[in-house]
Design a binder for this molecule. Structure first.
Ligand code: NAD
Length: 423
């Protein structure tokens, strides 16, 4: 193994090409590897360099388009950025099976974000709480003055909450929530700036010491909802329906299952969030925290039987995403993705994302409750295995087909197929 020092003084000051050259030099990369990294594809090097620190290249992920989706009566094509083979197909399948019953109906609780200000060393926390609440008008003024552009777009401060939290080592901290409408922005920077502006005032009013001033990713005032109906004819009968409901029940009562259940939902949601240039980690954190809000980690979706015996599914989850801010405007692919989605507000965007999460979950549960996940998964995964075995060009498809025909999607078998083909 190559050893070298990771201490590279002034690395971040170098132009991107020089940074890459330095990396190649230090880590002994081959000229081919260097050339590979230097090709930034359709994300210009200058843009990549302006997005993060120490950029040396870009990482391409396939962008697929899920078909068949109807959201609130509108046909929508869903661009999804993902490295996992079965994700796009799952959305297409679920959406096809509920098209005749109208597709997905969605709604949103609002576009409110919460910024937290942590105040410690307060001798009289309950007294302090009321003193802060009394200053709502001034707090509103300070918040709104922080972001006049947001105000112009109809957003701004909406409400104030102050909580007293008991610390494990005794004492209490006073936590102020600024509730801010961030409209078409995810709003992290917007509300973080507000929290930083308000904190010194809170310290002055209470004599406490402010520490953390940052948004909460548990965006439970920004819940996106989607529902859909799958008829028995569309899904293949009662046994399939009951299998899906039983799978859902399993996730509702068992965190071990719920983690995988919700991971499947996020397969879909994170892929569209990423494609749109939004923050996948923010959405993931919000989703999982919301799933645990009862004290037990549970499913983000629900499945039931309606009065006609159909399968009905619902999802409700925090979805703090934007059309402006972050990489949504700076990443050229994200801009094209937003054009394909054809949405004109963050509200619509989040609602489509929720529908994608529900679609993804339906397909996963259906596969699990019937043929098992591996059949569909492996058919798509076979191409990855073929590539792993060294297949190139037309060989990939041919090897994948052979693996599926043999019912053994394994890299050793792929190597064997490849050798035979080449011979
Ligand atoms: P931003 O600050 O880049 O853009 C938002 C700003 O755009 C608003 O504050 C407003 O001034 C302006 N704006 C213009 N048109 C608007 C409209 N129609 N509606 C609303 N605002 C409009 O971005 P942001 O949304 O405040 O923050 C998102 C970024 O913050 C993401 O990149 C995210 O990764 C990052 N971030 C996330 C966290 C976290 O999730 N914990 C923490 C810090 C930063």
């Amino acid at each position: 193994m190559q050893t070298h020092s990771s201490r590279i003084s002034g690395f971040h000051n170098l132009p991107m090409a020089d940074r890459l050259a330095k990396l190649v030099d230090i880590s002994g990369l081959t000229p081919d590897a260097a050339e590979h990294l230097a090709n930034t594809g359709n994300l210009e090097a200058a843009i990549a360099d302006s997005m993060i620190e120490n950029a040396i290249g870009t990482m391409n992920i396939p962008l697929g388009v899920a078909t068949n989706m109807i959201v609130d009566g509108r046909d929508v094509l869903i661009p999804m950025a993902t490295e996992e083979s079965s994700v796009v197909a799952a959305v297409c399948n679920a959406a096809r099976q509920c098209r005749d019953s109208g597709g997905f109906v969605t709604s949103m609780s609002g576009s409110l974000m919460i910024a937290q200000i942590q105040l410690t060393q307060v001798p009289d926390p309950e007294f302090a709480r009321l003193r802060i609440l009394e200053q709502k008008a001034q707090i509103q003024q300070v918040c709104d003055d922080t972001d006049p552009v947001l105000l112009k777009h109809g957003g701004g401060f909406r409400d104030l909450e102050v909580r007293v939290l008991n610390e494990a080592r005794g004492g209490a901290m006073v936590v102020t929530h600024l509730i801010v409408d961030t409209r078409d922005a995810m709003g992290a920077n917007a509300v973080n700036s507000m929290a930083e502006a308000v904190a010194p005032l809170i310290a002055q009013w209470t004599g406490g010491r402010p520490y953390l001033r940052i948004l909460s990713n548990l965006a439970d005032r920004r819940l996106a909802r989607a529902r859909a109906t799958w008829t028995l004819d569309a899904i293949g009968g009662e046994a399939v329906r009951d299998g899906i409901i039983s799978a859902y029940e399993f996730a509702h009562i068992d965190p071990y299952r719920a983690a995988t259940h919700n991971k499947g939902i996020m397969n879909g949601v994170s892929a569209v969030v990423l494609a749109s240039g939004n923050d996948t980690r923010a959405v993931e954190a919000g989703a999982h925290a919301y799933a645990a809000r009862s004290g037990q980690y549970r499913s983000l979706t629900h499945f039931e039987v309606d009065r006609d015996g159909n399968l009905v599914g619902t999802i409700e989850m925090p979805l703090a995403v934007g059309l402006v801010g972050g990489a949504t405007k700076s990443h050229p692919t994200a801009q094209v993705v937003l054009d394909i989605l054809g949405v004109d507000s963050a509200d619509q965007l989040a609602r489509v994302f929720a529908a994608v999460g529900l679609a993804q979950n339906f397909s996963a549960l259906k596969a699990l409750a019937t043929t098992g996940i591996q059949k569909g998964h492996m058919a798509l995964h076979a191409k990855n295995i073929a590539v792993m075995a060294g297949a190139v060009g037309a060989e990939i498809e041919a090897v994948a087909r052979e693996l599926i025909a043999r019912g053994k999607v394994r890299v050793d078998i792929a190597e064997e197929c490849l050798q035979q083909m080449r011979a």
